[in-house]
Write a new protein. Structure first.
Length: 555
């Protein structure tokens, strides 16, 4: 093997470096082995990543047993659920770039021979993947795992139910004690959000795209089997080093198509569109937002998961795990089964190992899909010339025409919902929440869940240049591009304007003339930036359109 780490650890002139490393316990023998960086996103600020510090111990065991030397380091993680609805939520998408940059810096600085990235909450997964594709050194992503569901009145519940309970509480449908009881029951221990929300969507993506060993992600974070998963990831990364199997060998255009099919089939988060576009840029693979529409149209919705479905994330594990989903996709011809994975085996070979639990109801048979097409669609039109994303799982609605209710930030829309100021047929428009305008493209779970909790989910549409949580469902349109801050047409919408959302026609239109639109935009003035220094100001200066993944770039 030709090892990057020898640049730092070997030769007489590297004695000072070895001296430092020996001071913390590394031996000459350790330093002759492949050095594997463990990029850990552990934090004590949230439940999602809480046990990753413990799981890293078992990853190290796997690395050492396979003949490598582990060196653990940390990067940042922002909790979407905890920061939701506050100014703090603006840090979430920004953190994806910081995670990618920090892993890249550590790997370039310390010249690791391979990396295992331990991830959980939403942005840690694509952030790690972006870094690994950028670095292109042998690597594996290990998902920490889902939280177990809570139980309330004999029914499994997740954090989604808490957000919806806020809407029910504000509309008088439940009292203070009921809200507290749901709050106390929903999250019984560590792990990432318990539906096919963004974390579990992206964990599914990592298995199907080939960066995570198949069969590892669905194991819950508190399950003792996660120790074996951790050891396995340590072994697999050493195999990748020995075989010189690198992320860009795995993450080809074929692999992206397979991953998108997985998002469609599982009713996954709209955030997968942003993250896969960003990953494609790092992998130097051509991928356009329209490709999501093409693949979703021909891929059935097969997995009955919250937020739109019945079951929680751990039920996928009970059903046999993500390999069962992979096998469905292979058997239906919805993926290219020849794609290679991080184990060195093909998608087909890994999917063939699936052991499906008899009688399971979570992953439907091919002849009994929930819907004939996938869970997302891409729209364009006078309000979204560069496109936008709508989530279709969890409802059958395909069209909405109604008057705009315009809000310049999320908090104002939330206040209107909780004060019962939104009426059936309204189209709630939340703008200046895009990548630059937010900045940071906040998720809108608080508002969307409050709409559902107030009983307006079937009657109200919502659109924004911001994002949605993976826990969002209903007739909701996000990632509208160009964003309002960049003089996008959403900046021209006025209270009471009629908006036409038509999924079958693939359009999102503001029903005013082209001349009126031009006149309004000519009068528009860009708002002053909300942050003039620091990380948010840097982000605004560098971030691009949501239609291209909202990535930061000098180009």
């Amino acid at each position: 093997m030709s090892l990057n780490s020898y640049t730092i650890t070997q030769g007489p002139h590297r004695a000072p470096a070895r001296s430092y490393l020996k001071s913390i316990g590394f031996t000459d023998e350790d330093l002759k082995k492949p050095i594997i960086g463990i990029a850990n996103t552990w934090t004590e600020t949230m439940n999602c990543n809480y046990k990753l510090r413990e799981l890293a111990v078992y990853v190290k065991e796997g690395i050492r047993a396979a003949g490598g030397t582990p060196m653990e380091f940390n990067t940042v993680a922002i909790s979407d659920g905890i920061t939701m609805g506050t100014e703090g939520m603006k840090a979430s998408l920004v953190s994806r770039e910081v995670i990618a940059d920090s892993i890249e810096l550590m790997a370039r600085g310390h010249m690791f021979d391979g990396i295992v990235a331990l991830v959980a909450c939403d942005k840690t997964i694509p952030g790690a993947a972006m870094a690994l594709l950028r670095l292109n050194i042998p690597s594996v992503i290990m998902y920490g795992g889902s939280i177990l569901p809570g139980t309330y009145k004999g029914v499994d519940i997740t954090i989604q139910d808490v957000f919806e309970a806020v809407g029910k509480h504000s509309s008088g449908k439940i009292n203070d004690q009921e809200l507290l009881d749901i709050e106390n029951a929903a999250c019984p221990g560590p792990g990432a959000c318990g539906g096919q929300f963004t974390a579990n969507t992206m964990a599914t993506v990592m298995e199907l795209i080939g960066l995570s060993p198949m069969g590892t992600a669905a194991v819950p974070q508190v399950d003792v089997r996660k120790q074996d998963v951790s050891r396995l990831c340590g072994k697999v990364v050493l195999d990748c080093v020995r075989n010189n199997l690198r992320p860009r060998d795995i993450v080809t255009r074929t692999a992206f198509d397979n991953a998108i099919a997985g998002v469609a089939a599982t009713g996954g988060s709209t955030n997968a569109v942003l993250h896969l576009l960003a990953m494609a840029r790092e992998a130097q693979v051509p991928l356009a937002i329209e490709d999501f529409q093409t693949i979703s149209e021909k891929t059935p919705l097969l997995v009955d998961l919250k937020p739109g479905g019945k079951y929680v994330a751990v039920d996928v594990d009970k059903a046999g795990g993500i390999p069962v989903i992979a096998k469905r996709l292979v058997d239906g011809g919805y993926v290219d089964a020849s794609a290679i994975t991080c184990t060195g085996e093909t998608f087909a070979a890994e999917a063939a190992k699936a052991v499906e639990t008899p009688g399971q109801l979570v992953i439907r048979p091919l002849d009994q899909p929930i819907k004939k097409t996938g869970g997302i669609a891409i729209l364009r039109g006078s309000l979204a010339p560069e496109a936008c994303v709508i989530k279709l799982s969890g409802h059958t609605k395909r069209k909405h025409v109604g008057p705009a209710r315009v809000f310049e930030r999320e908090e104002d829309a939330m206040a209107a919902v909780t004060q019962n100021l939104i009426q059936p047929n309204d189209v709630v428009v939340i703008r200046y929440e895009g990548p630059k305008g937010g900045p940071g493209m906040r998720e809108m779970l608080g508002v969307t869940a409050a709409i559902q909790g107030a009983g307006l989910g079937a009657d109200v549409a919502l659109l924004t240049d911001g994002r949605f949580s993976g826990a969002t469902f209903g007739f909701m349109v996000a990632h509208i591009a160009p964003e309002a801050y960049d003089r996008g047409p959403i900046a021209a919408v006025r209270e009471g304007d009629i908006i036409d959302i038509d999924v079958d026609a693939g359009v999102l239109n503001l029903n005013i003339s082209e001349e009126e639109m031009a006149a309004r935009l000519a009068e528009w003035q860009q708002p002053a930036p909300k942050y003039k220094s620091g990380v948010f100001a840097k982000y605004v200066a560098l971030v691009g359109s949501a239609s291209q993944g909202a990535v930061t770039s000098l180009a």
